[in-house]
Design a protein around this ligand. Structure first.
Ligand code: A3P
Length: 321
């Protein structure tokens, strides 16, 4: 594989963009309604849809932003690499989890005309990658190959609050402030927020996880909080790196849980001061990491209607969030 390719400008893409419904997120970022999703990185999405070639051993973490992606990246990285180094030597103590598990569309294809394919070439196998794309928009080679996908989801209201507070810290947030939360909550309920509608994104992967259990594993933030050990064992089995009885007795799982705790990761220098994404500091990926923090921001009347609609949509497919 060549490490850099130049993709020529494509007038078809420009025409496509002009034909799609458009919104501007946080007064800065254009979002296009593409393949039933408010896509905030359309050029990168199209570039990786057209060019990315999955390998059957690839493992993807898929999510809507703010559902626990960073945590799951730390856990998965530790599961896969546990035989390569001791916990005290973990690369997680020097690097942000997003540096160790790269985001496909927003890092590798961030420059859609010059994707950074070196990252893929340098990655040891299995390659660990992240994506926020909905299932429908994944590059076809991901769907057609035997690679695995772990999808993490979270209660919609915690996801909204976590996103809202995160986006307020964007470098390019021009003039959006805390007093505007209600208006942005309405947008979230209408599905008009990055990678929304929430329920479409979640159900896309949920349905796939029911159809193809070998390929898609569905994980909930709340379950990781409640029973991290049980979830880690499930993750290990799914990716083909199961924990042995001996490892369990020796406390390997407990050590990984401690290493990946929000308190521990917050304290890592790279997470205090570094940047993986150009538009935000790493420190904003770690806030409280709690379940139910939305009650401190949203009133019961704000969530009642949307919560009911959401519950009905999810329960029709046997899902409870
Ligand atoms: P809060 O804003 O509710 O605290 P993402 O990684 O998808 O961007 O999600 C970020 C959310 O996960 C934030 O939620 C963040 O605090 C939480 N988080 C990050 N690392 C975590 C960890 N190690 N354990 C638990 N939660 C974590």
């Amino acid at each position: 594989m060549r490490s850099s390719i130049t993709i020529p400008p494509n007038t078809e893409e420009e025409e496509l963009k002009a034909s799609l419904p458009k919104e501007v997120w946080f007064n800065s970022y254009p979002m296009y309604f593409y393949q039933d999703c408010w896509n905030i990185i359309l050029d990168s999405t199209i570039s990786c849809q057209n060019h990315f070639l999955a390998h059957p051993s690839d493992i993807f973490i898929a999510s809507i932003p703010k559902t626990g992606t960073t945590w799951l990246k730390a856990l998965l990285f530790s599961i896969i690499n546990r035989k390569n180094h001791q916990i005290s030597q973990s690369p997680l103590l020097k690097h942000n989890p997003h540096e160790l598990i790269t985001q496909l569309e927003s890092i590798i294809y961030a420059n859609p005309k010059h994707p950074d394919l070196k990252i893929l070439e340098k990655s040891p196998r299995p390659r660990l990658l992240g994506t926020h794309l909905p299932f429908r928009s994944l590059p076809i080679s991901i769907k057609n190959s035997n690679c695995k996908i772990i999808y993490i989801c979270r209660n919609p209201f915690d996801t909204f609050i976590s996103s809202w507070l995160f986006y307020l810290n964007y470098d390019e947030n021009h003039g959006v402030n805390e007093a505007m939360m209600e208006g942005y909550f309405d947008k979230f309920c209408e599905g008009k927020f990055p990678f929304g509608p929430f329920e479409e994104h979640v159900l896309g992967y949920w349905k796939e996880s029911l159809k193809n259990k070998e390929k898609v594993l569905f994980v909930k933030f709340e379950d990781l909080k409640k029973d991290c050990k049980g979830e880690l064992k499930r993750l290990g089995e799914f990716v083909g790196y199961p924990f042995s009885m001996e490892e369990e007795k020796e406390g390997v799982i407990d050590d990984i849980i401690k290493l990946c705790s929000i308190e521990r990761l917050k304290d890592v220098e790279a997470n205090k001061n570094g940047r993986v994404y150009s538009f935000i500091e790493n420190k904003w990926f770690f806030r409280k990491g709690e379940v139910g923090d939305w009650v401190n921001y949203l009133s019961p009347s704000m969530v009642e209607k949307f919560g009911k609609i959401m519950d009905e949509k999810f329960s029709a497919y046997g899902l409870k969030l």
